[in-house]
Structures are given as structure tokens and as C-alpha cells.
Design a protein around this ligand. Structure first.
Ligand SMILES: Nc1ncnc2c1ncn2[C@@H]1O[C@H](COP(=O)(O)OP(=O)(O)O)[C@@H](O)[C@H]1O
Ligand SMILES: [Mg+2]
Length: 314
């Protein structure tokens, strides 16, 4: 268990306002870790401190063993940051922007040209790289930001809500690109207020609200915290249901309740879709047709609601 990132009780106050109130977590090498929280939760402030752009009020973080307070240069070498706001020259082409950033990141001159083409390939914009940035859509600019963050081959890529305000095509491209980079071994720290994105990308998730982490774990661990049960809804012909099938479903281990709703049977279970084969077998055994099956799981949105009494998106 080598932690690439160790966050130790980070606190940030802005003129008396506590934006981050004691945040601690670890990210292991190769992992994709998500910070999920609504606007104002403190995600950007946390990323800012990890990226050595903001000085913590107290606490520290170690990235690849280097302290953000004592050795910010080593931290900067280890990380690539994709910020929310775009830091690109509008009148230069994408390739020229990357050349500028390659110099900033001290990518060796001999390697820079090749590396720029590589990162353009990764974000799928090599064929447009000769065009000026001010002709780019917001989503394309965001993809160039990711390319910039990758130039110096960081161990850790931090992305702060990279899909906010971008077109759907770029959104998909960004999510797929990050997923692929993580598959190839890059450690990822990803912030979002979109539940689906952290579910898609992240091995472990910390849920933030009002400057604190209020829940942390794998998707499955967080789901179990909700204490809600899965609902499996099976559409059939009402006249065929009878009484034997509901009774035999009720008798299956893991089934909490079976409800009849006109032309549907609803099975409430704590073991989720793992029970599906046994449920289907019961229908077959009792010769009751299945027209459709739907599984509704409690999700991170319901966990957030459960913990805070409000939704992720206001
Ligand atoms: N430069 C700043 N000065 C004062 N307050 C700030 C500043 N930046 C952020 N905040 C406040 O800190 C809290 C956390 O903000 P932020 O880290 O941007 O949250 P998130 O990225 O999760 O939306 C919010 O209440 C925000 O208004
Ligand atoms: Mg933010």
C-alpha cells in the first residue's frame, strides 16, 4: 500500500471564513480518487493547496513523499493540474500554447516536439492543433488544458471539474481520456459535483460538504452506508402472478419484501442484483412471463441526501 498522496488535516480560512475544515485522505498509486461535493464544498480550495497554489492555514499534504509546504518544487514536478479556468493564449495555436507550457515545465527541448504530439493524440486534437485557440470551443480548450497537464509526465493528474460547461462530445472525450490514462497507470484526483462522473471514473470517493469530508470509501462501501435497499421491479401480466410465486420469492434469502403493483412485482432486497438469477428462476419455475426487469439501486445522490438533507445540485 503505497500512498502517492497523503493529505493531513488541511485547513484553509479566507478572512475568517473556513473554506476547508480539516480534510484528510490518501490516494494510492494507480488509483482514481474522486472528490464529490456541491458548489462551495471546498473542492477547488483543497486542490489549490495540493497544487501549492494556496498556502494552507494549517495541515499539510505529501505528494510522492514531498511536502507541499517544505518542498513545493518537488510537488510541482510530480503533479499535473487541470484547473477550472483556462490559462491559454487565445491568439496562439494549440500547438504553440503547448510549446510555451513545455518550456514552463522544463521539458527538454529535444523531447518537447515529440511529447507535444503525444499529448495532442491523447486528447484527440492533433488534427486541429494548428488552429488558433480562440477558434476552439470551451470543451476543446479544456482538452488542451489536460494536454498541458500531461506534458511533463506527472505521476498524479488533478482535474478540477473539467467537464463543467463543455459540450457533450468533449465531456465524453474528457471522461474517456481520463479513464484510459488511469488504466495505463496514471494516478488521478478528480473533483466533480456530478455523481455519474465519479461513479464512472473513481475507485474511491470522498464526499465533501461545507469544507469537510462527510463520507469516504469505494462506491459499494458508500452505497451500503445509505442503508437503503435495492428495488427490483419485474413487469409481467397481472393475471398470471397468482399467490405461489410471490410466496416463493419472499422465501428467498436476502429478500426483505415483495409487493404487487398491478402488472409488476417489486422485490426489495439488500443483496441487490446478485439475486436476479434466483428471481428469474422462480418466474420460470412458476411459468410466469417476464416482460421487463428494472433494478433501482440507492446511489451517491441518495447518500448525500441522507447525510446532509439536501441534494448535490442545489
Ligand atoms: N478567494 C476566496 N476568498 C474568499 N472565500 C473563498 C475564496 N475562494 C473560495 N471561497 C469560499 O470557500 C468555500 C469553498 O469554495 P471552493 O473551494 O471554491 O468550493 P468548490 O470548489 O467545492 O465549489 C466557498 O464558500 C467559497 O465561497
Ligand atoms: Mg470548485
Amino acid at each position: 500500500m503505497d500512498a502517492l498522496v497523503v493529505v493531513l488535516n488541511l485547513v484553509k480560512h479566507y478572512a475568517g471564513h473556513a473554506a476547508v475544515r480539516g480534510v484528510s485522505f490518501e490516494v494510492r498509486g494507480g488509483e482514481a480518487f474522486g472528490l464529490l461535493g456541491p458548489n462551495g464544498a471546498g473542492k477547488t480550495t483543497t486542490i489549490g493547496m495540493l497544487a501549492c497554489l494556496l498556502e494552507p492555514t494549517s495541515g499539510d499534504a505529501l505528494i510522492a513523499g514531498a511536502s507541499t509546504r517544505r518542498d513545493p518544487m518537488a510537488v510541482r514536478r510530480a503533479i499535473g493540474v487541470v484547473p477550472q479556468e483556462i490559462a491559454l493564449y487565445p491568439t496562439l495555436t494549440a500547438r504553440e500554447n503547448l510549446r510555451f507550457w513545455a518550456r514552463m515545465y522544463e521539458v527538454a527541448d529535444g523531447e518537447a516536439g515529440r511529447r507535444i504530439e503525444e499529448v495532442l493524440d491523447i486528447v484527440g486534437l492533433r488534427d486541429r492543433a494548428g488552429e488558433r485557440i480562440d477558434t476552439y470551443s470551451g470543451g476543446m480548450k479544456r482538452r488542451i488544458n489536460i494536454a498541458v497537464g500531461l506534458l511533463h509526465r506527472p505521476k498524479l493528474l488533478m482535474l478540477d471539474e473539467p467537464t463543467v460547461g463543455v459540450d457533450p462530445q468533449s465531456r465524453t472525450n474528457i471522461l474517456e481520456t481520463v479513464k484510459q490514462l488511469n488504466r495505463e497507470g496514471l494516478t488521478v484526483l478528480y473533483t466533480s459535483h456530478y455523481m455519474e462522473e465519479v461513479e464512472f471514473l473513481c475507485d474511491r470517493i470522498a464526499i465533501m460538504d461545507l469544507g469537510q469530508i462527510i463520507a469516504m470509501g469505494t462506491h459499494e462501501e458508500l452505497r451500503l452506508q445509505v442503508g437503503e435497499r435495492d428495488l427490483i421491479s419485474i413487469a409481467t401480466h397481472a393475471a398470471r402472478i397468482g399467490t405461489v410465486l410471490p410466496a416463493s420469492l419472499r422465501a428467498l434469502p436476502g429478500v426483505d419484501d415483495v409487493r404487487m403493483r398491478e402488472d409488476r412485482l417489486e422485490v426489495l432486497t439488500t443483496t441487490g442484483r446478485r439475486l436476479l438469477p434466483q428471481i428469474v428462476t422462480q418466474f420460470v419455475t412458476h411459468d410466469v412471463p417476464i416482460l421487463a426487469i428494472e433494478v433501482r439501486e440507492p446511489n451517491l445522490e441518495s447518500l448525500f441526501l441522507h447525510l446532509t438533507g439536501k441534494g448535490l445540485r442545489d
